[in-house]
Write a protein that binds this ligand. Structure first.
Ligand code: RAM
Length: 353
């Protein structure tokens, strides 16, 4: 459930979002004044001094640099103590030791994007027993291992846009397509892939045939090699969907330097800075993403509200997320940021992240 419709994301992208990311300015309103929302619950004030730590899938991924910086901006607004830690590889259990350390250090909230929904579950629950709150963002763990999940967009919406974009790029004749994903256990990518298969089963996509799903592990080199491998194994391939910022950038680099440039289509989820040159040189017509800075910002406000006892994570709970306004907790303790946004040559110059 979300507090506003599509217009919120659009406005954020074209307005505040562009301002914050292009100019590095912070326009957010830091004041949290006690109010009473329509359900009668008190919105209240986030406590000062909360220790809020972001634990991304990996620290050397520009997507997470942007999301976590959004979180930092929010934590500074409500006068908390922000930090970021995490692995540089995306193996299933790479985050466990970081969670254990944060728990021992008495972190108030761990804000984590899960590489593997099962592998970190036990450590997260131990941290919760020790007093920490757990907010997942971007990639969820199992619901019983966290207090809240901040979802960037619905899996259905993310799947639909990618199938639409690859279909448009390939054209009416259709043909073979493949998916180049992140890790085999990634909660977010796996949910999107399932929904993409559902979407592909629709009559309007009857001419698109998914022939393979491969995994680049959100590692640039491995993703590059997997893209290369797809083309040698499937000479008739017409398109690749890569629902990961690391994978789509690596596939773009491979295609743009190959004879397949402009012939084999590529779309997926990418950051504008990593994809700009491939849009400009004709390798990529369009791709999608959400606003990662807003995702981190929203996750931080949710973390603050949770650790202050303003919300518990039950459906219908409302909290204020600074410049983004009020959000409502939906089913399964999930908060939804908004809709994915499509980048093309017509708008990519407006973005810097
Ligand atoms: C990569 C990560 C992240 C995902 C984006 C689209 O950066 O896999 O989890 O949300 O791509």
């Amino acid at each position: 459930m979300r507090a506003a419709g599509t217009t919120r994301f659009r406005a954020a992208v074209m307005g505040t979002f562009a301002t914050v990311l292009l100019l590095g300015a912070t326009t957010a309103c830091a004041e949290e004044t006690p109010t009473t929302n329509p359900t009668g619950a008190t919105a209240g004030t986030i406590k000062e001094g909360l220790k809020i730590t972001f634990l991304p899938k990996q620290v050397n991924n520009p997507y997470f640099t942007t999301s976590d910086n959004g979180g930092k901006a929010a934590v500074e607004e409500f006068k908390g103590v922000y930090s970021e830690t995490g692995p540089s590889d995306t193996s299933p259990s790479a985050q466990v030791s970081y969670i254990n350390t944060l728990s021992q250090q008495g972190t108030d909230v761990i804000v984590v994007s899960a590489n593997d929904k099962d592998a970190i579950c036990g450590a997260l629950n131990e941290a919760r027993t020790a007093g920490a709150k757990v907010v997942t963002f971007d990639s969820d763990t199992k619901p019983e291992c966290r207090d809240l999940f901040i979802n960037q967009a619905t899996a259905d919406g993310i799947a639909k846009i990618q199938i639409k974009l690859i279909s448009e790029a390939i054209g009416a004749d259709g043909g073979e397509i493949a998916i180049l994903s992140a890790t085999a256990n990634a909660t977010n990518q796996n949910a999107w892939i399932e929904m993409m298969k559902t979407e592909l089963a629709k009559p309007e996509y009857a001419k698109l045939k998914l022939v393979a799903t491969v995994y680049g592990d959100d590692n640039d080199q491995k993703s590059f090699q997997e893209a290369q491998g797809l083309l040698s194994k499937y000479p008739n391939l017409k398109g690749i969907i890569s629902p990961t910022t690391v994978g789509v950038a690596a596939a773009g680099r491979y295609l743009s330097g190959s004879a397949y440039k402009g012939k084999v289509q590529l779309t997926g989820l990418g950051t504008p800075n990593q994809m700009r040159s491939y849009v400009k040189d004709g390798t990529v017509k369009s791709f999608a993403l959400w606003n990662p800075a807003d995702l981190g910002y929203l996750a931080a406000y949710a973390a603050g509200a949770l650790a202050s006892g303003l919300i518990s994570g039950k459906e219908g709970d409302k909290f204020k997320a600074g410049k983004l306004g009020e959000y409502t907790v939906g089913k399964d303790a999930t908060v939804l940021l908004g809709d994915p946004f499509t980048f093309t040559s017509a708008n990519i110059e407006q973005f810097n992240f």
